[in-house]
Design a protein around this ligand. Structure first.
Ligand code: ADP
Ligand code: GLC
Length: 502
């Protein structure tokens, strides 16, 4: 079985700002249950250290450009058998709150140094340049924060294979040329064929150019990012690497997101016992200070308040939405402009719109459990996890037909309802008008209890767990294991032939 070094900048429940955290916290567990040997490498942020429990100092190493040594602390991803290695370097990671942003919501100015450090440590581990005996066959990197890992490893003749997963192409880790020089990277990397991107240094390009294999988090997004509309200037490069790029749909942690056993919600429910969903709805209305009424449709939203999520469309549609017989609850944090507008609108429509600005894991579960519908008008969505949680919780997703949303939500046309395929409402264009039309369709269906139940039960029956996707990753790792460049491969060959001789 392949040995995988899983390098990420966040992993739930140690640190999470979005879906990357969910994936990096649950895919390694699923892989381990398929017998892969996975080690998770993460920065030792202050809150992460507090959440890990018992830690053992296993390695000290020196990293180019740093005067003091870096320690690796070993613990477990809480509640799982997966070993987590935390890169402990207090000047880089011992800071409060969000891993990427300072208390004013601005990126930490030394982010390039912080994630270059993570890459140097990953590289040292991958090449066996520490006292740790464990050597990976594949290094699996995620998003721009790990983009330098494939760059550094590609310079070695004998090394493990690299896999780079794109969770979101629009976050690229772009920095000025001075950053490139400050990181003391080899000068030949400053080229459009390497990490230069229109005069800036691009971390994500490092991953896209140098990784042996690329994946992204849904088959549809894998196609979309090869087009100018979704390629963020990198579509040409991605078309060039198309033979090495596949889409593997994210799974969900179906233990954590299970309405029958969810400790965050007021009453457990399931497909067989759906009644308690109403109790969760009433509790959610109460928690948000809205009139408690099971006969008013309740729409939920949870997410980062950024343009990607189509929050501006929701704001544009609000005056019309608020004339409909519905309530809307929203949990999110992000750009100050959106946060302020939402707060203002919530005061204006106090009896139908309730907003919680912040980050609250438990409330996210209660919104999934208590809402009738879940709104995701994303402009683009590499995979999206909330619609998958919604399906599991019998909450009909209303989504823009894009990325992973298009791969997972089947529109409630008469035909799809009749043949038992419909699990949500899908609209074509990201415009206020189409969004409103989709909500109206949802409201009309909701009044038809028989059809609504039918759609709900399709989603609740579906299996979006990691089972299938983790097996796909495993296949990929095995292929990569067999094609690792250099001596290690030769070593493996000679080991097999000598064992044959014996
Ligand atoms: P993205 O990764 O683009 O943010 P996803 O749908 O893949 O979108 O995943 C978002 C994850 O982050 C989900 O688990 C969601 O519940 C969670 N999340 C986002 N915003 C909040 C918030 N304000 N409070 C709690 N959880 C949140
Ligand atoms: C990103 C994407 C989201 C995806 C998540 C996990 O943040 O925006 O669509 O589900 O990563 O892969």
């Amino acid at each position: 079985m392949p040995k995988i070094l899983f390098v990420a900048s966040e992993a739930h429940p140690l640190v999470k700002t979005g879906g990357l955290g969910d994936v990096a916290g649950s895919l390694p567990v699923a892989l381990q249950s398929l017998r892969a040997d996975v080690r998770l490498l993460l920065p030792a942020y202050r809150d992460t250290l507090a959440r890990t429990g018992k830690l053992k100092h296993v390695v000290t190493l020196t990293v180019p450009g740093l005067e003091s040594p870096v320690r690796i602390l070993e613990g477990k991803l809480p509640g799982t058998p997966v070993i987590a290695w935390l890169v402990d370097f207090p000047p880089a990671y011992d800071r409060p709150g969000n891993p990427y942003l300072d208390p004013h919501g601005q990126p930490w100015p030394d982010n390039p140094m912080r994630y270059a450090l993570l890459a140097h440590v990953a590289t040292a581990l991958a090449l066996g340049r520490t006292t740790l005996k464990w050597l990976p066959d594949v290094v699996h990197c995620h998003d721009w924060q790990t983009g330098l890992v494939p760059v550094l490893l590609a310079r070695e003749k004998s090394r493990p294979s690299t896999l780079f997963t794109i969770h979101n192409l629009s976050y690229q880790g772009l920095f000025p040329y001075q950053t490139f020089t400050a990181l003391a990277l080899p000068q030949e990397l400053w080229s459009p064929e390497a990490v230069e991107f229109h005069g800036q240094m691009s971390f994500i390009k490092g991953g896209l150019v140098f990784a042996d294999q690329l994946t992204t988090v849904s088959p549809n997004y894998a196609r979309e990012i090869q087009t100018p509309e979704f390629g963020d200037g990198l579509d040409g490069l991605l078309r060039h690497r198309a033979a090495r790029l596949t889409g593997i749909l994210n799974g969900i942690d179906d233990t954590e997101w299970n309405p029958a056993r969810d400790s965050f919600i007021s009453k457990p429910f399931s497909l067989r016992q759906p009644r308690n969903k109403t109790a969760n709805k009433l509790a959610l209305q109460k928690e948000f200070g809205l009139p408690q009424d099971k006969n008013t449709a309740l729409i939920g939203m949870v997410g980062r308040l950024v343009q990607q999520k189509g929050i501006d469309l929701v704001l544009d549609t609000l005056p019309a939405l608020m004339h409909r017989p519905l309530q809307l609850v929203l949990l999110g944090s992000g750009e100050t402009g959106y946060e302020d507008s939402l707060r203002k609108q919530a005061m204006r429509y106090a009896d139908r719109l309730a907003v919680c600005i912040g980050y609250d894991e438990g409330l996210a579960h209660r919104i999934e459990a208590g809402s009738d519908m879940f709104l995701m008008p994303s402009r683009f969505e590499p995979c999206g996890l909330n619609q998958l949680y919604s399906l599991r919780y019998g909450t009909i997703p209303i989504v823009h037909r894009v990325g992973g949303l298009a791969d997972t939500v089947v529109d409630a046309t008469d035909e799809n309802i009749a043949n038992g395929k419909a699990n949500g409402i899908v609209f074509q264009e990201a415009h206020a008008g189409t969004l409103l039309g989709a909500v109206d369709r949802a409201l009309a269906l909701w009044r038809d209890a028989g059809r609504w139940k039918r759609i709900m039960s399709v989603g609740m029956r579906q299996d979006f767990s990691w089972r299938r996707s983790a097996a796909e990753y495993l296949q990929l790792y095995k292929r990569l294991q067999n094609s690792a460049p250099g001596v290690r491969q030769r070593e493996r060959k000679s080991a097999t032939s000598s064992s044959r001789r014996r």
